[in-house]
Design a protein around this ligand. Structure first.
Ligand code: XMP
Ligand code: MG
Length: 179
């Protein structure tokens, strides 16, 4: 008997697993064109980028090292800016390396702006950003990704690593939730 994962109510498929796979392959091609055979250090921004990063890495042919960082934002009622906690525990591994930050979604840009600044302070050889999803109309900081999978309107999305209260990361597709 086949058991499929539980989907959230009032949601619809935005991108199927197959469409995501095609896009991840296209991104890997763009990344390979930029770096050629140079070794890179992929830094996955946990937890959201876990699944995207795992698939993306396996499409890359150059030498790749993997590190992770944890970023979480707390948009409490008392603050409009949202407090961001970022930990770069792998600093020693990024010095003088070609660093590729891999993120699930670029939204306001606060997370990646903070992370980029932290990583630049470590003095990598280069720093680029790959984001599977981009919501350009939500941006409040001056940041763009070098490699983007899908540019989307202001929708809340889950699946393929993205969560709602910690759930639905295991869905193979990306779904939009209607509010
Ligand atoms: P910022 O605003 O810093 O946010 O660019 C990036 C982080 O916010 C989360 N985020 C989402 N998570 N569905 C999610 O599951 C969404 O539609 C969404 N929009 C933003 C995500 O953790 C991302 O790393
Ligand atoms: Mg995230």
């Amino acid at each position: 008997m086949e058991i499929s994962p539980t989907r959230p109510d009032k949601s619809q498929v935005l991108y199927t697993g197959k469409e995501i796979a095609v896009t991840v392959e296209r991104m890997a091609g763009e990344i390979s064109t930029v770096y050629g055979n140079e070794e890179i250090t992929v830094v996955a921004v946990l937890h959201g980028a876990l699944i995207f990063c795992a698939d993306l890495m396996r499409e890359l042919d150059m030498k790749v090292q993997l590190e992770t960082v944890t970023a979480s934002s707390y948009h409490g009622a008392s603050t409009t800016s949202g407090e961001l906690s970022v930990r770069v525990q792998c600093a020693d591994q990024l010095v003088d390396r070609h660093v590729l930050l891999v993120e699930d979604i670029l939204d306001t840009g606060r997370t990646l702006s903070r992370l980029s600044a932290e990583v630049m302070a470590i003095k990598p050889k280069s720093l680029r950003i790959a984001a599977l999803l981009d919501k350009p109309e939500r941006r409040v900081t001056d940041i763009t990704a070098d490699f983007v999978g899908f540019s989307i309107p202001d929708l809340f999305v889950v699946g393929y690593g993205l969560d709602l209260d910690g759930r639905y990361r295991n869905l193979p597709e990306i779904r939009a939730i209607h509010s």
